[in-house]
Design a protein around this ligand. Sequence first.
Ligand SMILES: NC(=O)c1ccc[n+]([C@@H]2O[C@H](COP(=O)([O-])OP(=O)(O)OC[C@H]3O[C@@H](n4cnc5c(N)ncnc54)[C@H](O)[C@@H]3O)[C@@H](O)[C@H]2O)c1
Length: 317
Amino acid sequence: MDFKNSTILIAGAAGFVPGHVAEFYLRLGANVIGLDNFITGTRTTAELLQTNYPNFTFIECDIIDGLPDFSNTKIDYILSLASPASPIDFAKIPMEILRVNSEGTRHLLDLAVEKKARFLEASTSEVYGDPEVHPQVESYFGNVNTVGPRSCYDEAKRYAEALTMNYHWHKGADTRIIRIFNTYGPRMRPDDGRVIPNFINQALRDEDITVYGDGSQTRSFCFVSDLVNAIHAVLMSDDHTPFNIGNPDEYSVLETAELLIKLLGSNSKIKHFDLPEDDPKRRRPDISKLQSQTDYRPVVGFEEGMRLTAEFFKTLH
Ligand SMILES: NC(=O)c1ccc[n+]([C@@H]2O[C@H](COP(=O)([O-])OP(=O)(O)OC[C@H]3O[C@@H](n4cnc5c(N)ncnc54)[C@H](O)[C@@H]3O)[C@@H](O)[C@H]2O)c1
């Protein structure tokens, strides 16, 4: 694959998933322009990309307010990856989440139309809410509480999907939509509040592992390099309708805690807390659509992925 003559604009490039996506295309020789306002991303990620890749350009900006002037820049692909994604952010910065996925996404879509660039919207498994269909298939419309504590994210992403499809139908935008399921790996925020960083950090410190409810709720965890391969597969596909992307291996939260304690040789004990409101009981992507249309297969197993992630968190301790 040769991307040497391609320019890829990545919104949210200082974030966890977008930073890895940027690195993937930088390694393929693309010119990557990263945008970020650091609301949840880190300067460390932006600096790492700037230091290691001369083909990376970073522009600090808030895409809610508008985009930099690209009138003299050729842009081939626009990846809409800018959005806080962690449940701890839902209570802290709900307006920013609603606005980046609506106003921010609209600015990126307008640019995609102007530049005739292929556009990819990063949606989420959260559009399925607390699903009544398992595993979740793309044709399922979801079970979302529109006025619950997670609605700022779930509904914002549902709106972003609707906006993207309508730009495709009515403004001729060349769009793709991905619904990302739980992803983990190096460069996640340690205080991110999601299961994997929480459990790994607690296990590394021999602290109690906080399991909400009885821990029977399930999650499917995808290692970030597998996710990046899936994003690329969808970007190169011809299908404008949503794709689930993730790893369908499913673990209960309790099982995840026990596996991590064993894997990291930790002395942590498991402690149960009340289940938060609207916490999804089961999550597993049905990725048969992705697998039937592309050669994507997740290859990084739970133990290897957790070991690589723990190595990263150890460097922060
Ligand atoms: N990580 C996952 O498991 C997961 C699951 C589903 C969907 N997603 C989606 O993938 C994308 C990346 O998620 P992540 O987990 O890497 O999150 P992240 O918070 O690490 O990355 C998002 C980046 O967007 C930036 N950003 C947010 N608002 C912005 C704005 N107004 N202007 C400019 N930059 C802004 C943040 O500073 C951050 O660097 C998001 O769209 C998220 O909704 C992630």
